[in-house]
Design a binder for this molecule. Structure first.
Ligand code: ADP
Length: 491
């Protein structure tokens, strides 16, 4: 992190609001919204809602009574029950030939329009005629109260007569209720603020505790201490974060160990040829008789070893660092193998080595030729180095079902089964080959593996102790390019 970024982050930390404060603010806003809604409904809209509910209930009562059987024995009882349940005054009339006869009269309210106007015939007549279409509802001024009174009349036809149901409900003043509710709201507000503060305090403490603990561990990690353990508390998100950090820690620790090993290996591998070169050069400078061809050859060999080590390292870092992009081309794998084999034969043939390759037709693949060449080179080079007394290496390429399997077989000592998975690791060397004079860097198979992984190509090794090893890899075959001599059918 640059100094500028560091400064910016520190400034951000200073201006950042703590989690406790944030949660409190959210809860306070939430409570305020709830209080506002309650206040609007209880203070501003209370009267309207109350009036609406009285009208609704008055109409419902009239409907229930008109739908009831007025000849039933319990009809009167039912009317009284409804009247007392809803605090309404109800009068039911039977009307025939424009004459109304009272059937039931439930007088519940002390002051009531229909009972105080007691059969004010004009009122009854207007309620009857207004309910011509079934129902009529009206809010009248009450005699004693300014709030008024809801009167609803409903007519229902019966056999030979009509039922007229008149329901009256007084509208009570709501001012007292509103002021009571407002007082209640003040209490509720105070309680909600206290609850919000306490809740935010506890929530923040529970959430921040694991985060703060992880922060402490992360600080240790930042100072290179990998002996840390992130515990995530009880929340899924913090648990996931802890898991990720623990994973990152173990990966960092592995990387650190690998880096240290790598540096140790590199310095060791570089130092050996350098010491040889320096030693032989000094001897040749100081002792004239030592200025021999053999000594010069040793210096040349060590220089080659040094250069191959450096180029292997570069190759590997390019491949495993993901910087190398595949340059796919269509080429003849058979030709590629044949060339590599003959080059080795040419180079090592003088020492009696024989690299056998019997081609099975011309197999074409769509791959990165340079990388595949390198894989072949590394596998054949290993096979030559580790093959047995007969100094023979066999290379085969067999295509079937659109896949070509290339195998490189030697007759050497083989590799112990427990070491097989390790040989692909960088700098891994299975035996003490310095004794046999085998020049190796421990990077060849790692380079081959990275190249094949880039191609998404399967690869592996089978080995029998005392009999030899077979290293193999598979590539998808392609049709030969048009016009090539093999463009005659499938392989
Ligand atoms: P090196 O430069 O040591 O050959 P490699 O990465 O190519 O490095 O191989 C890693 C190790 O795998 C070798 O040191 C050797 O122990 C083992 N190995 C590779 N190829 C063979 C083989 N054909 N036969 C036996 N052992 C092998």
């Amino acid at each position: 992190m640059t100094r500028k970024e560091n400064k910016k982050e520190k400034k951000g930390q200073r201006t950042a609001v703590g989690m406790r404060m944030k949660i409190f603010a959210y809860l306070a806003v939430f409570s305020a919204v709830i209080l506002a809604v309650i206040w609007i409904f209880q203070s501003v809209l209370l009267e309207d809602i109350y009036r609406y509910s009285v009208r609704r209930q008055t109409m419902r009562t009239a409907r229930i009574i008109c739908e009831a059987d007025d000849t039933a024995d319990d009809f009167e009882r039912m009317v009284y029950d409804i009247a007392s349940q809803y605090g309404q005054c109800i009068s039911v009339y039977s009307v025939s030939d424009m004459r109304a006869a009272e059937m039931v009269s439930a007088h519940i309210q002390s002051v009531c329009v229909i009972h105080s106007a007691m059969l004010n015939e004009a009122l009854l007549g207007s309620l009857y005629s207004n309910a011509e279409n079934g129902r009529y509802i009206e809010t009248m001024d009450s005699v004693s109260r300014s709030e008024g009174s809801v009167v609803c009349s409903e007519r229902a036809a019966r056999d030979g007569y009509e039922i007229l149901c008149v329901v009256n409900c007084d509208i009570q003043p709501v001012d007292a209720t509103v002021s009571t509710l407002q007082l209640e709201l003040i209490f509720i507000t105070v309680i909600l603020i206290a609850v919000s503060a306490l809740t935010s305090f506890f929530i923040a403490r529970r959430i921040t505790r694991p985060v703060a603990a992880m922060n402490e561990e992360a600080k240790k990690l930042a100072h290179g201490n990998y002996d840390v353990n992130f515990t995530g508390g009880e929340y899924l998100e913090t648990l996931q974060l802890a898991g990720t950090l623990n994973f990152a820690t173990s990966e960092l620790s592995k990387l650190d160990t690998m880096q240290k090993e790598l540096i140790a290996n590199i310095s060791h591998d570089l130092r050996t040829p350098l010491t040889m070169i320096a030693g032989y050069s000094e001897v040749m400078r100081d002792i004239p008789g030592e200025m021999s061809r053999e000594n010069m050859q040793i210096i040349i060999d060590e220089t080659h070893r040094l250069s191959s080590l450096v180029s292997d390292m570069l190759d590997l870092s390019r491949l495993s660092g993901g910087k190398r992009e595949l340059k796919l081309t269509l080429f003849s794998l058979t030709e590629c193998i044949a060339e590599t084999a003959s080059r080795f034969e040419h180079l090592r043939g003088v020492d009696g080595y024989s690299i056998k390759f019997i081609p099975e037709g011309d197999i074409y693949v769509f791959a990165d030729e340079t990388l595949i060449l390198q894989v072949l080179y590394n596998l054949i080079s290993n096979a030559v180095n580790y093959t047995g007394e007969d100094k023979t290496v066999t290379v085969t390429a067999h295509a079937e079902n659109g896949v070509c399997r290339v195998s490189v077989t030697d007759t050497g000592e083989g590799i112990p089964a427990e070491k097989l998975p390790l040989i692909w690791d960088r700098y891994y060397r299975a035996g003490d080959y310095h004794k046999r004079g085998i020049v190796g860097t421990g990077l060849g198979l790692s380079i081959a593996k990275n190249a094949l992984v880039l191609h998404d190509a399967p690869f592996g090794v089978t080995s029998t102790l005392g009999e030899g090893s077979t290293f193999w890899f598979e590539l998808k075959t392609s049709e030969p390019p048009e016009g090539s001599p093999d463009d005659s059918g499938s392989i």
